[in-house]
Design a protein around this ligand. Structure first.
Ligand code: PA5
Length: 445
């Protein structure tokens, strides 16, 4: 369940926008459901949820199991929508310190001695930037390990993953006789260079549906295979999204519609930047996914809210100053957890005769880190509102696969409504071609 509290942003909405938006939001909501709006040929991300393919979920889970049993590292090669979703979910659900939670494989028969350590594999990413230093050091790190590779590209021609994959494929072929079993590809059903290569080499493949754009693809094999390999329950993730879609589709008073309406009203009232603020570091990757979803969907025709993220309280010691007193065009959405598992308690410290301690922090002794985080959350929200920042607050009960699936669909629906309210097609991204053209020209294409 997602709860939404908008009251801290009420006073920032221009008076002419307080009423009258409801009908436009409902119309946008219906245009998504009925596929009657701009770019509706790209709404396949709803279709995959409307008709769950359980056989595919099972197949991906089994491949994930194979990777967990045979690999020390899974390298996922992809950029933008072909990596951010998997990165977000894996970071959100993984323990901070892997060694403490590593599972030992139960069915040892499936991997040859020395082929794998038998622990949950690390999922690493490549091809998501142009750092040659990163790639060199990645290959050094992989030396001597049991490696699987998942190349993810819908077009098969994107430069960053394409050139990284050339290097990684050579490396794999030089080291593993069964490299064509260890390399998998997630790509278009028929078209593209990667599809042709996969057929030639006999790689196992998964299909990115034609009508699903990159930033909406986390609940397709693009995101699901890496997430399954990292040891998470993709069925629960997927069905969390299915449930959220049903919940939103059957209510025109859902929090998703209220949040979409408020974001748009704030945009029209001059708040052209939205910060997604989280207190749990493992949600930083989710912020990266959210940022692409909103930036690429809304930022066109010189319109849209600029999406950015903050990790608190870390960033309260850096960007906190700007948020409190900088240019007043920033709105903030806090994304918090009902149960943050912060039960660890602040210990007492020897006090002086007058009861004070050298660090002056005895007032926190005996409180849990959750208590302190709650005080920081509410204190920050109050301070930012007083400083002129409209605050919206979203909370999910807990951080698990099912809740994350729901949250993913929630934001996808919100951004689709947001695009329609702005009058743009939320499902294309024509602007990203410009840098590619200029770069290719310089590279002599
Ligand atoms: O959202 C998008 O469409 C983009 O971010 C793409 O996912 C990204 O450019 C990668 O494209 P491809 O999967 O074709 O390599």
């Amino acid at each position: 369940m997602i709860s939404l509290d908008l009251h801290r942003s009420d006073d920032f909405v221009a008076s002419h926008l307080r009423d009258g938006l409801e009908n436009r939001v409902k119309a946008a909501h219906r245009a998504i459901i009925n596929k009657t709006g701009a770019g509706s040929e790209w709404i396949g991300w709803r279709d995959v949820l409307a008709s769950p393919n359980d056989a595919l979920l099972e197949e991906i889970s089994l491949q994930g199991k194979e990777i967990r049993e045979r690999a020390d590292v899974l390298v996922c090669v992809g950029i933008g929508g072909s990596y951010l979703g998997a990165d977000a979910v894996i970071k959100a659900l993984s323990p901070y310190f892997r060694a403490a939670k590593d599972e030992v494989v139960e069915e040892a028969s499936l991997f040859e001695p020395g082929a794998s350590t038998g622990k949950t594999p690390e999922v690493l990413f490549a091809g998501h930037h142009l750092s040659g230093k990163y790639l060199t050091e990645l290959l050094d790190y992989l030396e001597g390990k049991s490696v699987y590779v998942n190349m993810i590209s819908k077009s098969g021609t994107t430069l960053e993953p394409g050139i990284a994959f050339r290097v990684i494929r050579d490396w794999m072929e030089a080291r593993f006789e069964d490299s064509s079993r260890r390399i998998m590809a997630t790509t278009d059903a028929e078209r593209g260079a990667l599809r042709a290569l996969a057929t030639e080499k006999g790689y196992r493949t998964h299909i990115i549906p034609d009508d699903v754009g990159g930033r909406f693809s986390v609940l397709t094999p693009v995101g699901l295979l890496p997430i399954a390999a990292a040891g998470f329950d993709i069925r629960s993730l997927f069905y969390g999204a299915v449930a959220m879609m049903k919940e939103i589709d059957t209510s025109e008073n859902h929090a998703a519609l209220d949040y979409a309406a408020r974001r748009y009203a704030l945009h029209e009232s001059g708040f052209t930047t939205e910060v997604l603020s989280v207190f749990e570091p493992s949600l930083s990757g989710f912020g990266g996914w959210w940022q692409q979803l909103f930036g690429e969907s809304e930022g066109k025709e010189h319109k849209g809210i600029f999406p950015t993220t903050c990790l608190f309280s870390t960033d309260l010691h850096s960007l906190g100053q700007y948020l409190q007193e900088g240019r007043r065009n920033v709105a903030e959405t806090f994304l918090t957890l009902g149960d943050d598992r912060g039960h660890i308690t602040v210990p007492e410290w020897d006090s002086d005769a007058d009861g004070s301690t050298a660090d002056g922090l005895s007032f926190v002794a005996g409180k849990t880190f959750s208590d302190v985080t709650q005080a920081a959350l509410h204190g920050t929200m109050d301070a930012h509102v007083q400083g002129g920042v409209p605050v919206q607050h979203l909370e999910i009960e807990r951080l698990d696969e099912n809740a994350l699936g729901g949250l993913i669909y929630f934001f996808e629906h919100v951004v689709a409504i947001g695009g329609y309210l702005l009058g743009v097609n939320p499902f294309d991204q024509p602007g990203v071609e410009a840098y590619k053209r200029a770069m290719y020209e310089r590279l002599g294409r």
